[in-house]
Design a protein. Structure first.
Length: 318
């Protein structure tokens, strides 16, 4: 990764990351404005507060768009550099050239997609999520420390279930991807050798081998679908239980007069704002390790010395 994301690239990413962080921080003030609007609002201030909320949302939209587009351009440049280095390494490495060309091509394309997704989405989201979580917790303790402690105990319990399940689904998804790359390479190889198969009566044998590969891909897809189907209702079950307990405790504080309706509504908004960044932080390390695992072979290949000598013959046009 260090060979791709150099110090110069990191310096280019920092301004866009800061813009995204500022955009995330702006959204944290909206529930606080809602609380002020509900508890202290009168006919004169309602319009001003609503317009302020709309303005904050609009500025946040512009900042998020700018940060995403800036990081997208940087990510595309990194992916372009990676693809060229991988292509040169595969082309000039004798051991790698013995693999199916379709398999090597599929591996480069799949890893490129993961690398771009990590740089453009996962890394900025992780950084912004950390800042957002800290900011939300500060606002929550300002509003009501008792309900804040309940939230700190309740929300992490959701991810005690979600994180292991997401890692399991991620591992199965990675296995399915490897089988898919294998099938793509096998298809390309067989299509190129179609004339050879017909001439040597090897069509039935190729069909049998492709059927075995398709069956392997089918089994991996069914296995992945099973755990994905299992994860959704169980996630909803745990989230419903935890949120119901939080709402119940908040209702008790509201009925006893320890909390105003505006504060309670702000808490609800902050809770739902907290779920997404908490999930992003929980899944980041798993996604990072998955990316490093899928890139390890190609990065090792890029760092290897060239094993095929350059041909000094006549240059021809392709």
């Amino acid at each position: 990764m260090q060979n791709l994301i150099t110090k110069e690239v990191k310096l280019k990413m920092i301004p866009w990351l800061l813009i995204g962080i500022v955009g995330s921080l702006l959204t944290l003030g909206i529930p606080y404005l809602v609380q002020s609007l509900l508890d202290n609002g009168d006919g004169k201030n309602i319009f001003q507060n609503v317009m302020l909320i709309v303005a904050l949302l609009f500025v946040q939209l512009l900042l998020s768009f700018s940060a995403h587009y800036g990081l997208l351009k940087i990510g595309e440049n990194i992916v372009l550099d990676f693809r060229m280095k991988a292509y040169e390494s595969v082309l000039q490495n004798e051991q790698e050239s013995q693999k199916r060309s379709g398999e090597s091509a599929g591996e480069i394309i799949e890893v490129s997609k993961k690398l771009k997704n990590f740089i453009v989405f996962q890394l900025p989201t992780f950084i912004q999520s950390i800042v957002t979580i800290v900011g939300i917790l500060i606002f929550l303790f300002i509003l009501n420390w008792k309900l804040s402690i309940v939230i700190l105990l309740g929300i992490p319990s959701i991810f005690l279930f979600l994180i292991p399940m997401s890692k399991l689904v991620s591992n199965i998804s990675q296995s399915e991807q490897k089988v898919t790359i294998k099938v793509i390479g096998q298809l390309g190889e067989y299509f190129r050798n179609r004339t050879f198969f017909l001439a040597n009566n090897a069509t039935e044998q190729s069909k049998q081998k492709m059927k075995e590969s398709y069956l392997e891909l089918y089994q991996q897809s069914v296995k992945l679908g099973f755990f994905e189907a299992l994860m959704q209702p169980f996630s909803l079950f745990f989230i419903t239980i935890v949120l119901s307990f939080i709402f119940l405790f908040g209702g008790l504080l509201l009925s006893s007069g320890e909390m105003t309706i505006g504060t309670f509504i702000s808490f609800l908004i902050y809770i739902f704002m907290l779920l997404t960044p908490a999930s992003s932080v929980g899944s980041f390390l798993g996604e990072l390790s998955k990316l490093q695992g899928s890139m390890s072979d190609i990065l090792e290949l890029i760092c290897k010395p060239i094993s095929v000598p350059q041909n000094t013959g006549e240059v021809v046009d392709l």
